[in-house]
Write a protein that binds this ligand. Structure first.
Ligand code: BGC
Length: 336
């Protein structure tokens, strides 16, 4: 299939560009407090780079976002083996996940946006069931990008979808995101073992570097002496969003003081993986010249919990025939 780009714009001039490859959001242009529009997501100028190895820039991640321990799980008594593409674990759906496949794209009829569709075949990347997935990208006139996921299967399976955009609200990708102020609506997070699999317990954020219950710069505690930060080489953890009723709630707020740009994230998902691009190593070309260095972006990946298929106490990620998986995440842009 041919690589193509789809543009969505709202009446205020905000725009996003989406590739049919991986449903990748390759740009989001939003104004700063002076009205200057800049691109606030990492990616490539030349779309061809997206066909090569990259760390899920802007992509839809599936069938299962984040890690599954040892690339294996048991469902209805049957053991499934998946590719181990991250040490002995599976990361982000395997070797050819949803980030690397071509999606059908069509305009939405009743909203300003597009619908992407993909059918993952029974057994693809080792997962059971033909899984039909749609992802809608909608851009509203209140400057909100809504991402709406739906999926159905013909065999019992597991599913966990997310959007893997790397944001830098400064619009300057040579700058680190450590000066961005972040608030997370979460009293707990999931501590990791040293292969980055959640240990299974919920840990209070109080008195730890993981406390973002009030606005704090991402950089304030990122270098603190802390076993968990060492494992992630910075923040690379799932927070448990305070959302007992699975409603759409505000999960995060990010503010970049210099530009005034603010992004509020709403979701109905139980978790949010904050990843501070700890592994970017100046090998990939930046859209604005130069290369992407460590911590020049942050991801706020709304999702179910990593390794949920092997952790019975986590909210279930099982999808059965006849059911419809639905989920929504909104990114709302404004200035302060
Ligand atoms: C994971 C990181 C990983 C990154 C890029 C994030 O979602 O949590 O561990 O390095 O994606 O692959």
């Amino acid at each position: 299939m041919k690589l193509d780009v789809h543009k969505i714009q709202n009446k205020n001039g905000l725009s996003i560009e989406v590739l049919n490859l991986g449903g990748i959001i390759r740009s989001i242009k939003t104004p700063d407090r002076k009205g200057v529009f800049e691109d606030v997501v990492l990616g490539f100028q030349d779309p061809k780079h997206y066909l090569e190895e990259h760390p899920y820039f802007g992509a839809i991640v599936g069938r299962f976002a984040n890690r599954i321990a040892h690339g294996t799980f048991t469902l209805e008594g049957k053991e499934y083996s998946l590719a181990q593409n991250n040490g002995t674990n599976q990361l982000h759906g395997g070797l050819l996940g949803f980030d690397k496949v071509f999606w059908e794209v069509k305009p939405l009829e009743n909203e300003n946006g597009i619908q992407l569709s993909y059918t993952s075949k029974d057994g693809e990347e080792g997962y059971p069931g033909n899984l039909s997935v749609t992802v809608d990208y909608v851009l509203t006139d209140d400057n909100t990008l809504k991402v709406k996921y739906q999926a159905q299967t013909d065999k019992t399976t597991v599913i966990n979808l997310t959007q893997h955009s790397y944001f830098n609200l400064s619009g300057d990708f040579s700058k680190q995101i450590l000066d961005h102020e972040l608030l997370l609506n979460a009293d707990q997070y999931l501590p990791l073992d040293n292969t980055q699999i959640p240990k299974g317990n919920y840990q209070s954020v109080v008195d730890t570097p993981f406390d973002f219950s009030t606005l704090k710069t991402i950089g304030r505690d990122i270098e603190a002496k802390n076993e968990q930060l060492k494992i992630g080489n910075g923040y690379d953890h799932c927070w448990v969003i305070n959302n007992p009723n699975n409603e759409i709630v505000k999960a995060a707020e990010v503010y970049h003081p210099e530009s005034g740009r603010t992004m509020d994230v709403y979701t109905d998902q139980p978790g949010m993986q904050l990843y501070t691009a700890n592994f970017l190593d100046n090998t990939l070309p930046s859209k604005t010249g130069g290369t992407y260095g460590p911590r020049t972006g942050f991801c706020v990946e709304t999702q179910y919990f990593p390794n949920a298929p092997n952790e019975p106490s986590f909210p279930t990620t099982i999808l059965k025939p006849g059911e419809t998986f639905t989920s929504e995440t909104w990114f709302q842009f404004s200035v302060k």
